[in-house]
Design a protein around this ligand. Structure first.
Ligand code: CP
Length: 306
């Protein structure tokens, strides 16, 4: 049972907790296409989103997930809030606590910011991405998508390619996939692999080697906003050496799933025909994000009862 106060990362989540979220998400997914199946079971639950960094998918899907379950959902709107008058994260959290907020969903550029908030508020805290550390709900929706198509994790080869060193998505996926028995290979320019080898998975700068016989190929966005130095000569060189196109994809299994957390730099980390091709499940990932976030909100609000 998911009897925990907060969802901060997959590093500290058990295999059983992960599988429980994925199981509940299956039931939730039906409610996206069938509004008549939606309930108001969280009508006593108040949710606030605090996004200190930009977002389309995560913020909107959390808001919709809460509304599909009948919860009250409010966005703090960081740029127009008292954060701009210098209010600290802890004071902001304590203020929202007093307003009766049960669940706070936060994205922040600082690693560990959600952990600080969680220690200082009564509300449940969900990490919607902290710096280059973790993005647990993205990894959970990725795991859900893999399970939906492949039906198992054991023995699958997952190649994650791109800006590994700045990717919270890669880190959370590594933690989750390792617990579920998949083989992970991280690939990218050596300047963007960082300390990836410390995660206990294979790393390489040869993307054809990474993609060879892969069941899943996951591209990652180049996170220029987190890069303090120039890590490769230019976009053109990056695309030519590390871009995933049909030629690169031909090294993978025929039924390979092409994934990307979004937003995608079209024609850079993935070619347009790969993004829109028959192996791509990028749009399905977005839908599954709503289902997985519904499952997490429901399990947290109900103390682990589905
Ligand atoms: N994948 C992801 O986190 O997308 P957003 O930045 O749009 O939320």
């Amino acid at each position: 049972m998911l009897q925990r106060k907060d969802v901060l990362g997959l590093r500290d989540m058990t295999r059983e907790e992960i599988l429980e979220i994925l199981t509940v998400a299956q039931e939730m997914k039906k409610r996206i296409d069938h509004p008549e199946l939606r309930t108001s079971e969280l009508h006593h639950t108040s949710i606030v989103t605090l996004f200190y960094e930009n977002s389309t998918r995560t913020k909107t899907s959390f808001a919709l997930a809460g509304k599909y379950l009948g919860a009250t959902v409010q966005d703090l709107g960081i740029s127009t809030s008292s954060v701009n008058k210098g209010e600290s994260l802890i004071d902001t959290g304590k203020t929202l606590d007093q307003m009766g907020v049960e669940i706070m969903i936060m994205r922040n550029s600082y690693t560990g910011a959600p952990h600080v908030l969680a220690r200082n508020v009564n509300a449940h805290v969900i990490n919607a991405g902290d710096g280059s550390n973790e993005h647990p709900t993205q990894a959970l929706l990725d795991l859900y998508t893999i399970l939906e198509y492949k039906k198992h994790f054991e023995g699958l080869k997952v190649a994650i390619i791109g800006d590994i060193s700045h990717s919270r998505v890669a880190r959370s996926n590594v933690f989750g996939l390792q617990k579920l028995g998949a083989e992970v290979v991280l690939a990218g320019p050596s300047t963007l692999l960082g300390s990836a080898q410390l995660l206990g998975v294979k790393t390489t700068s040869d993307i054809r080697e990474a993609v060879k016989d892969a069941d899943i190929v996951m591209g990652l966005r180049i996170q220029f906003e987190r890069q303090k130095t120039t890590n490769f000569p230019g976009i053109g060189e990056y695309r030519d050496l590390f871009g995933i196109n049909q030629e690169v994809l031909s090294y993978a299994k025929k039924d390979v799933l092409v994934m990307h957390p979004g937003p995608v730099n079209r024609g850079v980390e993935l070619s347009g025909d790969v993004i829109d091709g028959q192996n791509s499940v990028i749009n399905i990932q977005v839908k599954n994000g709503v289902a997985v976030r519904m499952a997490i909100l429901k399990l947290l609000a109900k103390g682990g009862e589905a």
